[in-house]
Design a protein around this ligand. Structure first.
Ligand SMILES: [Zn+2]
Ligand SMILES: [Zn+2]
Length: 109
């Protein structure tokens, strides 16, 4: 037997929760209340942020690489920037931007 915290009347069982039998009070206790309070929306984090930041990277003024060939125009000098896109124990990825035509690509080492 359970009694209402608010008015001391008898509580009656309604499914998984207890409802006060006093119609003027109708205080409820039980699992449903707790569940509702604990429920937190866990929206998925977008996975686009890691790689796509390179698209906006400002390559101008960055170091240049002479050991690469642009796929688009064959130019042999490109700006590059290095980013750690994976786990810490994975090698970083080099991002290139052709100095001639502006084509961008990445290299997995
Ligand atoms: Zn009550
Ligand atoms: Zn190019």
């Amino acid at each position: 037997m359970q009694f209402c915290d608010e008015c001391g009347s008898m509580m009656k069982s309604m499914g998984s929760k207890m409802v006060c039998a006093n119609d003027d009070c109708q205080h409820t206790t039980g699992k449903d209340e707790e569940k509702a309070a604990e429920f937190v929306s866990t929206e998925e984090q977008g996975d686009s942020e890691v790689i796509e930041t390179s698209e906006d990277a400002n390559f101008e003024g960055k170091p240049t690489a002479n050991d690469v060939i642009c796929d688009k125009c064959g130019h042999d000098t490109a700006w590059y920037t290095i980013k750690q896109t994976g786990a810490a124990d994975e090698p970083p990825t080099r991002f290139f931007k052709c100095q001639d035509c502006g084509y961008r690509w990445r290299e997995y080492s």
